[in-house]
Design a protein around this ligand. Sequence first.
Ligand code: MG
Length: 314
Amino acid sequence: MNTKADGEISIVEVAPRDGLQNEPRIVPTDVKIAWINALSRSGLKRIEVTSFVRSDRIPQLADAETVLARIDRTPGVAYGALVPNLQGLERALIHRPDAIALFTAASETFNLRNIGVGIEESFARFVPVIRGAQEAGLPIRGYLSTVIGCPYEGVVDPGKVAELAERFMLIGVDEISLGDTIGVGTPAQVHRLLDHVVQRVPVTRIAVHFHDTYGQALANVLASLERGVHIIDSSVNGLGGCPFAPGASGNVATEEVVYLLEGLGCPTGVNLPALLAAGAHVDRILGRPPVSRLARVPRESIWLHPGEIWNTPT
Ligand code: MG
């Protein structure tokens, strides 16, 4: 495998936030906390645990304070929280997140429909939030969604995405997560997107966030790795979707990203059976079978790749 980042790929687990906020059923707080604790023990190093949004907007995450306050903090694991504005940041800081994430879209219409403000206003709102997070000494991630396609505007100009990514960096964001929110992109488009973005933002600061709506997510991850991207967002069991994009299926599944990386000789440190076991109870509550193919393989017969570092399933 010819990635620049061999051996140092970072997985950002987004299921407790991005996954659950897009699931219609609400997972009880105690179950969420036990799940996040189990995810921590599976070897994941970065977990986005919740979002400090208004509970009337996203009732699935109304327990943000309790979750962040009560999860076990495994040493070496960074627990992040998404904050939409300064009030969200103030709520989050009380419970000591390890990282903060902000959110905007590359499409004006998507932004207006999703968060009720345009791109300009969302950047204006970021300024005090970034200042506050920096004063608290926290790393800041910026999500840029609809980077390839928008359900309202169609194909998105990669040059515009690159401009916005650079703008994020210039206002103090440490890492920019490029999201194909509706999952329409193909590897060729990912290469074209990265052609533009890496001219303005160092590749070490770029993360990618793919959805599997058209079955391209894992191929898009591979295309990104080939370009030297070394931060991959994923969601265990492929949880998630997008309420503003009809038919959009979940995020790329963490277990499938782990399998891909291990097969490429990039150790992830993640125990695959432990990762899969972590979400079983959550699946039952959500009342849906796992979306990912790998999660449907009978646990007792899961193939552990030659040269693997995983433990034997228990
Ligand atoms: Mg997502």
